[in-house]
Design a binder for this molecule. Structure first.
Ligand SMILES: NC(=O)c1ccc[n+]([C@@H]2O[C@H](COP(=O)([O-])OP(=O)(O)OC[C@H]3O[C@@H](n4cnc5c(N)ncnc54)[C@H](OP(=O)(O)O)[C@@H]3O)[C@@H](O)[C@H]2O)c1
Length: 332
């Protein structure tokens, strides 16, 4: 190709024009592809875990209104009754504790009967818990496990048990991670479990795409739900501090817990978003788009703070947290 004629036509900024044109075209094609939707929603079944409250509860109601057959796993009878009361006849509930293999097996057998030959279009692994969170030295080994049992062991157990049903429908697995699965900002099992959800989902996506199965990760920022509720977070911090040995307590000092709680309150009140639809819209897109994305970051704090931070060198987060968090009394 004679590049001289390109330069003659566009002048010395030719490559700027060409690159800009490619970028603009790429953006339009991406937006068009991203907006394409699947057909026959009314024939598809979606199973959601942790539907008693928060994102899971809202998602079930939205999918129900959209026409999906919704199978809602609820931890409590009260949560299931309340959800059924506000939903249509195409939403059914089942008791589900994702830490209990018998409960998962029963839910899968029930789902298998419900979906029949169609298979399961979507599995949304949403159930999760956050407490206890706090300084790592304050944790007992069981404190790590109690969170990880729900947030990662539960996700793996649900996925592996339901995979044959998803494979039948060439469906989707949607795993709810967090920005704390990208930036380790808290001690305890929560960040560890969410980093593991990211890893499990990436491995799974790369292994099952051959069978038409898509795997999506939802990375919400901070939202006002039970997971970010201050009362249980603070109750657990008090419990942990009171169970420390006198030497460890003395190394943090009398005022540390109070200051830690004040900082936590300030941050949570400043960043927690009340609009849960920002998260459920991402979940809906992952279930209804013809070409779902591998990752969805939900909320402005996720897009502008946490995800950019996750690409920065470790010292940036180290220094940021050091500036924000209180200093133990006997720090060196
Ligand atoms: N809110 C946020 O800022 C935020 C940010 C990033 C990620 N997330 C993630 O989003 C997901 C949903 O949380 P959410 O914010 O909507 O809080 P949520 O209202 O507490 O929802 C979590 C749900 O999981 C249920 N659950 C807890 N343990 C369970 C178990 N063993 N088996 C089955 N269900 C169980 C809870 O039931 P009970 O209410 O009966 O305990 C609750 O309905 C979680 O995975 C969470 O980690 C939340």
């Amino acid at each position: 190709m004679n590049t001289n004629c390109v330069y003659d036509l566009l002048g010395e900024n030719a490559w700027v024009y060409i690159t800009t044109t490619f970028v603009v075209l790429w953006v339009f094609v991406w937006l068009y592809r991203d907006s394409l939707e699947i057909a026959n929603i009314g024939e598809k079944y979606v199973f959601v875990t942790g539907c008693d409250s928060g994102f899971g509860n809202l998602l079930c109601r939205k999918l129900d209104r959209k026409g999906f057959h919704v199978l809602a796993g609820c931890l409590t009878e009260k949560g299931a009754d309340e959800l059924k009361r506000v939903a249509g006849p195409n939403l059914k509930t089942i008791p589900l504790n994702v830490t209990n293999p018998d409960s998962i097996q029963k839910a899968m057998e029930w789902t298998k009967k419900e979906v029949g030959e169609k298979g399961l279009w979507g599995l949304v692994n949403n159930a999760g818990r956050s407490v206890p969170m706090g300084p790592t030295e304050w944790m007992k080994v069981e404190d790590f496990h109690s969170t990880m049992k729900v947030n990662i062991n539960g996700v793996i157990a649900m996925t592996m048990t339901f995979l044959p049903l998803i494979k039948k429908a060439q469906g989707r697995i949607v795993n709810v991670s967090s920005v704390l699965g990208r930036v380790a900002a808290n001690g305890g099992g929560y960040c560890i479990s969410k980093f593991a959800v990211e890893c499990f989902s990436d491995c799974l996506r790369r292994d099952v795409h051959y069978f038409g199965i898509k795997v999506c990760i939802i990375e919400p920022g901070f939202f006002k739900t039970a997971v970010t509720s201050l009362e249980p977070l603070e109750r657990e911090l008090h419990r942990q501090f009171s169970e420390l040995s006198p030497e460890v307590q003395a190394s943090y000092g009398d005022k540390y817990l109070e200051k830690y709680i004040t900082v936590q309150r300030l941050i949570m009140n400043a960043v927690c978003d009340a609009d849960l639809t920002k998260v459920t819209s991402c979940m809906e897109h992952s279930l209804t788009a013809a070409y779902p994305r591998s990752r969805y970051s939900a909320g402005w704090d996720a897009k502008l703070l946490w995800i950019p931070l996750s690409y920065m060198p470790s010292w940036v987060v180290d220094v940021g947290l050091k500036l924000v968090l209180p200093r133990p009394a006997k720090s060196v």
